[in-house]
Design a binder for this molecule. Structure first.
Ligand SMILES: [Zn+2]
Length: 312
């Protein structure tokens, strides 16, 4: 069975900071991965002081970000689609979101192309953000809403006739890659082995959040071999990321020791799988062939040899 993962993101660059290593890992074991960017990121800021293409970014940030996304896509080896909506921007206090931007379009309208895509691509697993969008940017919250709406609508034969045969996604996950347990593990190992690393201070700045954050992860994907792919994909979004950012670029060998996984939270499932999982497709059933996808929880580094066991 061909495994297909669909990841829905708000802006180009979100896929690289939230899940790139997981996508590269799944490509390496033969799964298909499709990233959807809901908006073009046109209202973003230029966040890299030393950007080579600064003149172009100031003239046409949306155009530059399309090129950056193309580069990141090639680095991860994934498929990519634009949903085509306008970035809503991050409003200052008292400001409203610009008319016509992604967050202002009624869900029943903005979800239609995503429903059509789900029916055509037929993913078994979908990854999106939680109810507050991971962080409260209007486009991230909308990305959560459109994903959950389209997940249900795509399976309902009465909705959106003419956009293809209904498709039931087996499993839906929230991204929990940015989690407190990982921060704590990295902080401990850094203080022991690389005192003075600027990341230590950055992590300590989030101490209050770390102390309060609940551990919601159900699923830990072994992606240690793909941290460099993630870094390179993120660097492709040069207008958004300074290449020396201690927040984004961690010492990967240290990370492979401290925390070699990316985390997700299973929130919807139509199949049975045992939690915690090490595979987004655990328990997925190929209904045509009567095959259940299984992963050996012990041998997580080489799951492909253990897949597609016939259970019927
Ligand atoms: Zn974003």
């Amino acid at each position: 069975m061909t495994l297909r993962l669909l990841a829905v993101h708000a802006h180009p660059d979100d896929e690289s900071s939230k899940g790139a290593a997981t996508y590269a890992y799944y490509r390496s074991i033969g799964a298909e991965v499709m990233v959807v960017s809901c908006t073009g990121g046109e209202r973003g800021s230029i966040l890299n002081e030393h950007l080579e293409d600064r003149a172009r970014a100031e003239r046409d940030l949306g155009g530059l970000r399309r090129l950056e996304m193309q580069r990141a896509q090639a680095i991860m080896g994934i498929d990519h689609r634009w949903l085509g909506y306008q970035d809503s921007g991050l409003p200052e206090e008292g400001e409203t979101v610009p008319e016509g931007s992604f967050a202002t379009i009624p869900l029943e309208i903005s979800a239609e192309p995503l429903v059509a895509l789900i029916r055509r691509y037929r993913p078994q697993a979908l990854v999106t953000y939680d109810e507050i969008g991971g962080y409260p940017h209007p486009d991230h919250i909308r990305t959560h809403e459109i994903s959950m709406f389209a997940f249900r609508a795509a399976a309902d034969p009465d909705q959106y006739p003419g956009t293809g045969e209904p498709w039931q996604i087996s499993k839906v996950y929230y991204d929990r890659i940015f989690n407190a347990a990982r921060m704590r593990a990295v902080h401990t190992l850094l203080t022991e082995t690389m005192p003075g690393n600027p990341l230590i201070e950055a992590i300590e700045g989030m101490k209050r959040w770390m102390d309060d954050a609940p551990d919601l992860a159900t699923t830990h994907i072994p992606v240690g071999d793909f941290f460099e792919v993630r870094d390179n994909a993120l660097k492709a979004h040069a207008s958004q990321v300074a290449p020396d950012s201690p927040f984004f670029f961690w010492p990967n060998d240290l990370l492979r020791t401290a925390w070699p996984t990316e985390e997700f939270q299973l929130v919807e499932s139509n199949v049975s799988s045992e939690l915690p999982e090490t595979d987004l497709f655990a328990g997925v059933v190929d209904t045509d062939a009567g095959i259940t996808h299984t992963t050996d929880p012990i041998n997580t580094t080489d799951p492909i040899k253990k897949t597609d066991e016939v259970t019927a």
